[in-house]
Every structure is written in C-alpha cells, then in structure tokens.
Design a protein around this ligand. Structure first.
Ligand SMILES: Cc1cc2nc3c(=O)[nH]c(=O)nc-3n(C[C@H](O)[C@H](O)[C@H](O)COP(=O)(O)OP(=O)(O)OC[C@H]3O[C@@H](n4cnc5c(N)ncnc54)[C@H](O)[C@@H]3O)c2cc1C
Length: 395
C-alpha cells in the first residue's frame, strides 16, 4: 500500500490549488482523478479563455446557507493573490465588463501554470483512477482500480453535478454522506430557462435577440437583481442576466424583467410626440427595441396607433409592461448545461479556516462540492482557489 501525507481526489481548480499549497509546506501529496485529463473545466471555461477571477470579490457574490462561511477563505487568498500568480507566470490577461478577468490567449495557460507548480513542489498526479472505497482507520485507506493508498489527510475536490458529459458525478456528496455529513439539497445554477406552450413559441420567434435587462425574482425579494444582457433562445431565455438569476430560482417561481432599463419611456414618448407626432408607436419603439420584439408586443398592446394619440394611461400601461414583464419558466436546461451546482456539503459541517470536517478528523471538502456557489464572473474559480488554498494550509 502506498502512503502519502495527503491524497486529493479531483484534479480541478480547487484540487490543484490545495495540492500545490500542501506540497509547498513539505507534505507528500498525491492527486487522483478519474478523467483522462486534469482540469477539463478550466480548459473549457470562459469560452476557452478562463474568467479566472474578478476584480471585485465580496461575500455577496456567493450563495450559501451561511453567507459568512466563505469570508475567511476569501480573505486568506484573494483575487489579488491569484492575479499575482498569473502575472508571475507571464500570463497576459484583460478585464471585461463587471471586473471579470480573462486570459488573453488561452485557459490552457492557467492549467500549465498550476501543473508547473505541482511539478515544482513534487505533487504526484494519477489520472484514470476509480476510487472504489474509502475507509477511515489510522488515517484513510483508499481502494482504487490502480491499487490501494493510505493518507493522513483526504481532500475531496471532485466538483459537483454540472455537465455530466464531462464526467461530473455526485461522488463528493456520497463521501460526505458516508461519513455522516449533511448535504444541502442541490440544484443546477447559472443555467438557461426553458418554456413550454405559447411562451416557448414566442421565444422561438425571438431567438437570437439579445438586449440589456434588469431581472429579478417575483416571489423572492431577498434575491439580488441583475443588470446584464438577456438572450432569447429556441427553448427559452439565456444570457448573463438570466444565468445569474437562475441560481436563485426555484421551480414554480416567476421572473420579472425590465426590458428597458436605460430608457425613461414617458420622457421618450414625449420627445417623439414633439419630433414626429404622426409616427406609429411600433415605429418609434423599434428605435429602442428589436423589431421582432415590438411585433410580439403588438399581441398585448395596440401598436398601430400614432404617438400623438396615446393617452397618459396608455403610456403608463406600456411603461409598466416593459419595465415589469413577468414570466414563469417551466424549467431550466438542468445539469446538462448548468455552469455550477447550487447547494452541496453543508458549511455547518466544515471549519471555515481549513475546510476540514468538524466530525471527521483529516477529511476536507473544497471547491464546488461545498455549499458555496459564486455568481457568474470569475467568482466560482476564486472560490476554488481560496478554499483550495485554505485546505492546502490545513492538511
Ligand atoms: C462551461 C463552463 C464554463 C465555466 N466558466 C467559468 C469561468 O469562466 N469562471 C468561473 O469562475 N467559473 C466557471 N465555471 C465554473 C467552474 O468551472 C467551477 O466552479 C470549477 O471548475 C469548480 O472547481 P472544482 O475544482 O471544485 O471542480 P472541477 O473543476 O469540476 O474539478 C473536479 C475534478 O474532479 C474529478 N472527479 C470527479 N469525480 C471524481 C471521482 N469520482 N474520482 C476522481 N476524480 C473525480 C473531475 O474529473 C475533475 O477533474 C464554468 C463551468 C462550466 C461548466
């Protein structure tokens, strides 16, 4: 049986970070991953450019049953610490809107940086490994298809359920349950909404249209509002604003969409009445909304009316409609396309400074498997780096 100080299961963002920090402290570290290649989610992230962190990371950017849990880890290794690593590795990057940082060239640069560090500190990595069982005695005994391993500290960094096509499994949750840890109910997050019936037909007609919106949840006033782009798809709604609110959405809830967040409709119509009183409402609205959207709106509003003939009540009715369009998604695209899993190993079970289980000495959970889920914008990787760093210094 091979012995290590630390075995990390999962060679994704969190697992690699943890292994690097543990090995840097002189621990012997083995990472086991069942996939043929490590860090596949980093490779595909951010459209291949990896949105590796955000300039403005706060605890408010994370969803968890305990919103304070992430604070300690985020403070221990923050976005600037990771940016330092990126700079020192000579990786060029750029900022996009909302403080999101992306590699100029490729997400593979981030993977290479992490693997170079693993190499430098002597981390051993084995891929294509199936962990068949985990027993706790003096440390942990792992039975795998490539033989047995023993370790003092075991770190579960296997991610969660999003994108099963890439090998996502509930393995981390099974381990948590095996050792008596609670798992907060999971659901897909950062995922497009789908519709059925006439709403689906309308989406199909509008597919491809993207517009800035503010989106919120009708039944959950505590959830944040997101101002960003929304995209109509053949099946429903997508785009960053929709992905963000989807992480807060529960089946049966409606979403409220402000379709004209940057337009004062009353003032706009007043100006149009002065400039072109004979113009039809449909024509003037087409100046600020996609034509196909305006023609769909004509099912609910009389659009073939001259702007000068609109009453104050008409304008206010239209304003209310455009600023507070309510729609109830029938579902989401599910884990098949979800970027993250909301929920996971209950933070009440873990020490926020080290990610160690409070019940089981030497057992750690990091990254997406934990009930800490970031908003869109580089926050999920920052959680992986920060929680991985915390555990790497604890094991
Ligand atoms: C399409 C897409 C794009 C994304 N883009 C971004 C982005 O730009 N910015 C951002 O912040 N976040 C992004 N995310 C989210 C981000 O990828 C995850 O939050 C992050 O990868 C989680 O890191 P992790 O190390 O916890 O898990 P993962 O990266 O999922 O790594 C888990 C590892 O464990 C291995 N594993 C799983 N089960 C087992 C098992 N039974 N035995 C052994 N090994 C196992 C897997 O093969 C994998 O290598 C994106 C997600 C997706 C799906």
């Amino acid at each position: 049986m091979k012995r290590y100080d630390v075995v990390v299961i999962g060679a994704g963002a969190a697992g690699l970070m943890c292994a690097i920090m543990a090995a840097k402290r002189g621990r012997s570290v083995l990472i086991l991953d069942k996939a043929a290649k490590v860090a596949e989610k980093i490779r595909i992230s951010g459209g291949g450019r990896c949105n590796f962190t955000n300039l403005d990371v706060t605890p408010d950017n994370f969803i968890s049953q305990n919103k304070h849990f992430c604070k300690s880890a985020l403070a221990g290794f923050n976005q600037w610490d990771f940016i330092d690593w990126v700079v020192q590795a000579g990786i060029e990057y750029h900022e996009r809107e909302h403080g999101q940082l992306f590699c100029d060239q490729s997400a593979k640069d981030i993977i290479k940086m992490l693997l170079d560090k693993c190499d430098g500190y002597g981390v051993q990595i084995e891929v294509g490994i199936e962990v068949e069982s985990i027993e706790k005695g003096e440390g942990f005994q792992l039975a795998t298809n490539l033989g047995d391993f023993q370790c003092q500290s075991l770190v579960i960094a296997t991610g969660a359920l999003s994108i099963p096509k890439m090998g996502a499994t509930g393995f981390g949750f099974q381990v948590a349950r095996q050792f008596g840890l609670n798992v907060v109910e999971t659901r897909p997050g950062l995922v497009p909404f789908t519709f059925t019936g006439k709403e689906k037909d309308a989406s199909k007609e509008l597919a491809g249209i993207s517009l800035p919106v503010i989106v919120s949840l009708v039944e959950n006033k505590a959830a944040p509002r997101f101002k960003d782009a929304m995209l109509f798809t053949h099946r429903g709604l997508s785009g960053p604003a929709i992905l963000q609110i989807s992480s807060y959405w529960q089946p049966g809830q409606s979403i409220r969409i402000n379709l004209i967040p940057d337009l004062d409709l009353v003032q706009f119509i007043e100006e149009q009445v002065k400039e072109r009183p004979q113009a039809l409402l449909s024509t003037v609205l087409s100046a600020c909304l996609a034509k196909r959207l305006v023609s769909l709106l004509s099912l609910s509003f009389e659009m073939n009316i001259k702007v000068q003939s609109l009453s104050e009540k008409d304008v206010l009715g239209l304003k209310d409609f455009l600023e507070a369009w309510q729609i109830k998604p029938s579902s989401t695209e599910g884990y098949r396309t979800a970027e993250v899993t909301v929920g996971g190993v209950d933070t009440a079970e873990l020490d926020s400074k080290t990610m160690q289980s409070k019940k089981v000495d030497g057992l750690y959970f990091i990254g997406e498997v934990v009930d800490v889920t970031g908003h869109l914008g580089g926050f999920n990787f920052q959680w992986a780096w920060s929680s991985g760093f915390a555990a790497g210094n604890g094991v």
